[in-house]
Design a protein around this ligand. Structure first.
Ligand code: ZN
Length: 88
């Protein structure tokens, strides 16, 4: 597996965004709107791990707790000792 390739097998979605798409997004043709186009997700490091946040609804989508080993968190095949701010 190439770590720089898109290896995503299942996408994470904001359930509120999915409901709005299912209900019919105002002023759009809901059949043409995909979660990828509609969601406004941002991903970032927190004190506990990695969080996915929906900017459209200002809600937490999920928060993965990461327990770094003594050498830090492994990211993209390299060790990152800073779990608070990752320069991506
Ligand atoms: Zn949302």
């Amino acid at each position: 597996m190439k770590t720089n390739a898109n290896n995503i097998m299942m996408y994470v979605h904001c359930k509120m965004c999915l409901k709005e798409i299912d209900d019919g997004v105002p002023d759009t043709d809901a059949d043409q709107v995909t979660p990828r186009d509609y969601q406004l997700l941002e991903v970032g490091w927190t004190d506990k791990g990695l969080q996915i946040w929906c900017r459209r609804h200002n809600v937490n989508v999920c928060h993965f707790m990461v327990s770094p080993d003594k050498d830090g968190v492994e990211i993209d095949g390299t060790k990152d000792n800073s779990t608070k701010e990752h320069p991506i």
